[in-house]
Design a protein around this ligand. Structure first.
Ligand code: ATP
Ligand code: FE2
Length: 328
């Protein structure tokens, strides 16, 4: 069985084609803001201009591998959560493609896709997932037929927090890799607000304090270092508490911030101390990508789930808990 998936909830426009075993084609055309952060309308404009050429490229690559458009069994798309204007472009393209190919449509929850692609590629059964991206920061685990969010950010996603700090320090978007590089040269730790409330965490106070630290003349390497140590310790603490509370022994990382080596190191050390196992999917499947949507669409379709045209409206606030999980 072959699924094509379209992702485009925010900056990443990406199309993936997968079968049960592996990713066959993954092509992306990301939107990069000229200045500042992501502008939803500009991103949507980018997606609608690039969607056609991107799909063409995907079909060309499939052709080179002897796969024809008719061989695709299901068309999946990221239905939410995400930016409304971007989601609308994606849903429209998916509907047109499904109609043209005369194939079923499946609307996929973006957060669920991050978790499922990680489980697939890491071969992990029942992990606590730390999903950390620009827009989202959640600690997720499955209970019966639903995924539950055990802890999450009370304000902004950790990636967004990093990007805001980076921008303030004059660094280009996305800030994550740049802050990571600076932090490696950090020598001194300055205390910053560490905010964990119950199982939830918050980053906006941390960003404000880190910006002030920078404005007061502290080296940017030390600001980046202090910020990362604080933010990542918060995430690691809540992930550990979820492991303990649920009696689980596997951690999966998902989302663009998962690329950060220091965060992965902290999680690995925590896992080692507890006798748990830490898993990270390949880099190209960690941030937003079409293959995770394709794979999750395939999984859902194989279990009898489809989305009619009437049901294919966009869902900017779509929560992972809303999806009934009927597969293993
Ligand atoms: P979502 O729609 O799930 O919120 P997203 O649009 O933020 O996702 P992702 O690819 O999951 O997209 O994550 C992008 C974020 O990851 C950005 O905020 C970026 O700064 C951050 N990021 C990327 N690389 C690193 C890194 N090495 N260290 C820290 N953060 C990183
Ligand atoms: Fe994402």
């Amino acid at each position: 069985m072959i699924a094509l998936g379209i992702e485009g909830t925010a900056w990443s426009l990406s199309v993936g084609v997968v079968d049960e075993k592996d990713v066959i084609v993954l092509e992306s055309d990301p939107y990069v803001p000229e200045s500042g952060g992501i502008h939803p309308r500009e991103a949507a404009q980018h997606h609608s201009e690039r969607m056609g050429p991107l799909l063409k490229r995907v079909f060309l690559k499939l052709g080179e591998r002897g796969i024809e458009p008719e061989d695709i069994d299901v068309v999946a798309f990221s239905q939410g959560p995400g930016m409304g204007p971007c989601l609308r472009v994606v849903a429209t393209a998916a509907r047109v493609l499904a109609l043209k190919l005369k194939k079923p449509l499946v609307g996929v929850n973006h957060c669920l896709a991050h978790v499922e692609v990680g489980r697939w590629k890491c071969g992990v059964k029942n992990p606590v997932t730390l999903y950390v991206s620009g827009g989202n920061s959640q600690v997720i685990a499955r209970r019966g037929r639903r995924y539950r969010v055990f802890g999450e950010t009370l304000d902004i996603g950790v990636g967004n927090a990093i990007d805001k700090l980076a921008r303030h320090m004059g660094l280009k978007h996305p800030g994550g890799p740049r802050i990571e590089r600076l932090a490696r040269e950090g020598k001194r730790y300055y205390e910053l607000p560490y905010v964990v409330k119950g199982m939830d965490f918050s980053f906006s106070g941390l960003v404000t304090a880190a910006k002030k630290l920078y404005d007061s003349g502290v080296r940017k390497e030390d600001v980046a270092f202090s910020f990362q140590e604080t933010a990542f310790a918060m995430l690691t603490e809540v992930t550990e508490r979820a492991l303990a509370y649920l009696g689980l022994d596997e951690v999966l990382i998902a989302g663009g911030v998962g690329a950060n080596a220091r965060l992965r190191e902290m999680l690995s050390i925590m896992c080692e101390d507890r006798g748990a196992k830490f898993h990270a999917p390949p880099r190209e499947l960690m941030g937003d990508n079409g293959a995770m949507i394709a794979y999750t669409g395939l999984l859902m379709y194989r279990h009898g789930i489809g989305t009619t045209l009437e049901e294919s409206f966009v869902r900017p606030d779509f929560r992972i808990e809303e999806v009934e999980v009927v597969w293993d």
